[in-house]
Write a protein that binds this ligand. Structure first.
Ligand code: PLP
Length: 429
């Protein structure tokens, strides 16, 4: 019997049940993924015991020689992966990575221009309910009504009028390629710093399947747990440029290190940092590029299937790992769709579509992503089957017995797919 089962049977049972949920249901939340057994092993390791405030070679605690090795490996691998001069692997989350950038380069009350939450942006890009919308003067841009694509003319007009100190590029629910160079040209022209948040697309960027923000951005932030397929956490990347602040020249690296720790965090999560290092090692190997290519192919296949069945997709399709389905013509809200799909064993999240008249708890859309199912080893034929399951659930969303029947079919379908397909185990070099 496991010691957890003995000591805390309630938590043990919750974990077992969650494992069954993950194995027997179809995980389509675009921001979720399953990590490799190696990442899980590092994350569950005894490194959780260690306090290591500071950075490798300059800690406030003794006994850090081995965690220094782990953090240095994580940093060097991320440098190689993203072609940057500066990396900080300590942010506990994507939001804290963003917070560190703001604290390092903005003063309270400075203006930031980020993508509207209701158009696909993230809370930490200036939403009123988030610290970023409370400490700073938050301005937002969105997408164009006709195409659903980013409204660069709107961005330029806002930059011109308000001259914000920072422009934020990056999104949580945007299915198209982000033109970082265009963001950078606008930021440069109007004297704004450019922060690019690649939380969702980091895996695609690392694999060279989405343009890299490295040459254009001042700062890049990310999560490590979405397409990048690592442990839950954040990441800061940058070229180590110089900046003049209050009459003093400073390097980005110095300032970012300082504002992350001691600025907004205490001790780093060394077990998570080791797990990040493992995930970066996996991402540097050829199997990872194949995995990311499969994510894209799976998303495109699902998009084609939905379009063939008459569904409306925001922007008409996808260039990345996610689709945003506009349900407004189906008579269903996003909330109703999420509930019906859940009863059928399919996990998605309701999502506002651009210009959605419904509130965030109801919505007119759902967001669907392929990273997790791709990790399980599913390919185009399976994607067609998954769209068929979704279509059947959405065609009879209140028919309890047909949803129950569908759930059994889904469970049966999932049976042969492990959470992490052996095909993505990285080749030993
Ligand atoms: C674009 C973007 N940035 C930042 C985050 C925040 O990440 P976390 O939940 O780790 O704070 C997310 C999470 O969904 C995101 O989509």
């Amino acid at each position: 019997m496991s010691s957890l089962a003995q000591i805390d049977p309630e938590i043990y049972a919750a974990i077992q049940q969650e494992e069954q949920r993950q194995l027997t249901k179809l995980e389509l939340i675009a921001s979720e993924n399953f990590v490799s057994p190696a990442v899980l092993e590092a994350q569950g390791s005894i490194l959780t015991h260690k306090y290591a405030e500071g950075y490798p070679g300059r800690r406030y605690y003794g006994g850090c020689e081995h965690v220094d090795t782990a953090e240095t490996l994580a940093i060097n691998r991320a440098k190689q992966l993203f072609g940057v001069e500066y990396v900080n692997v300590q942010p506990h989350s994507g939001t804290q990575a963003n917070m560190a950038i703001y604290f390092a380069f903005l003063k309270p009350g400075d203006a930031i221009l980020g993508m509207d939450l209701a158009h696909g942006g993230h809370l930490s890009h200036g939403a009123a309910v988030n610290f970023s919308g409370q400490l700073y003067r938050s301005l937002s841009y969105g997408v164009k009504k006709d195409s659903g694509e980013i409204d660069f003319e709107g961005i330029e007009a806002c930059l011109k009028k308000h001259r914000p100190r920072m422009l934020v590029a990056g999104a949580s629910a945007y299915p198209r390629t982000l033109d970082f160079e265009r963001f950078a040209q606008l930021a440069r022209h109007y004297g704004a710093l450019l922060m690019v948040d690649i939380a969702h697309i980091a895996g695609l960027v690392a694999a060279g399947l989405h343009p890299s923000p490295t040459p254009s951005a001042d700062f890049i932030t990310s999560t490590t747990h979405k397409t990048l397929r690592g442990p839950r956490g954040g990441l800061i990347l940058a070229q180590n440029r110089e900046i003049e602040l209050q009459g003093k020249q400073e390097f980005y690296a110095q300032r970012l290190d300082f504002y992350l720790f001691p600025g907004i965090q205490g001790g780093p999560l060394m077990h998570t940092i080791a797990a990040k290092a493992v995930a970066f090692q996996e991402a540097l190997r050829p199997a990872f590029k194949r995995y990311q290519q499969q994510i894209l192919l799976n998303a495109r296949t699902m998009a084609e299937e939905f379009l063939q069945r008459g569904y409306k997709l925001v922007t008409g399709g996808t260039d990345n790992h996610l689709l945003l389905i506009d349900l407004s013509k189906t008579g269903l809200t996003g909330q109703q769709a999420e509930i019906a799909l859940d009863q059928a064993g399919i996990t998605v999240n309701k999502n506002r579509i651009p210009f959605d008249p419904r509130p965030a708890k109801v919505t007119s859309g759902i967001r669907i992503g392929t990273p997790a199912l791709t990790t399980r080893g599913m390919k185009a034929p399976e994607m067609r089957q998954v769209v068929d399951f979704i279509h059947r659930a959405l065609s009879a969303p209140t028919d309890v017995s047909s949803l129950e029947h569908l759930q059994k079919e889904v469970k049966d379908f999932c049976r042969t797919y492990p959470l992490f397909s052996p095909e993505w185990y990285c080749e030993v070099q």
